[in-house]
Design a protein around this ligand. Structure first.
Ligand code: THU
Length: 141
């Protein structure tokens, strides 16, 4: 389901704002991610780094873990923005992580001025690996 112009503007605002939640003293690269649920809720996340670098987590996964553990299970869009100001696309691990819960989600990659590049996860992660490869039904709607 496509977002309305008003929803896209709101998603851009909240995604750029979510960068402020980032804990990124090592990379100084703040990332914000906001999921939009099928019922129109916005769930924000940011990257959280660690002195043991590999223990850090990206913004997109933070938002998804927050949503799932809040009982929200169906999503139509995710916004991503970074302190670079230009568009940032989700890393490979985040694409796979999003795919588990939202295989056809629309990814809005925002620049500082609110403009965006929109690409569905299906083209960001083609021929993806999922539950069906393990002969398991998609766990969520
Ligand atoms: N990062 C994200 O939060 N999302 C991405 O999709 C790309 C990378 C974070 C991880 C790390 O904290 C910082 O950006 C630099 O890689």
């Amino acid at each position: 389901m496509p977002l309305s112009e008003d929803q896209i503007a709101e998603l851009g605002k909240q995604t750029l704002e979510a960068r402020k939640l980032s804990y990124s003293p090592y990379s100084n690269f703040a990332v914000g991610a906001v999921l939009v649920s099928s019922s129109g809720e916005f769930i924000a996340g940011a990257n959280v780094e660690n002195a043991c670098y590999g223990a850090g987590i990206c913004a997109e996964r933070t938002a998804m873990v927050k949503a799932i553990t809040s009982g929200i299970k169906s999503f139509i869009a995710v916004g991503v923005a970074s302190s670079a100001g230009t568009t940032t696309s989700p890393c490979g691990i985040c694409r796979q992580f999003l795919r588990e819960f939202a295989p056809v989600i629309d990814v809005y990659m925002f620049s500082e001025d609110g403009s965006y590049v929109l690409e569905p996860l299906t083209t960001l992660l083609p021929r993806s690996f999922g539950p069906s490869n393990l002969n398991i039904a998609e766990p969520l709607p």
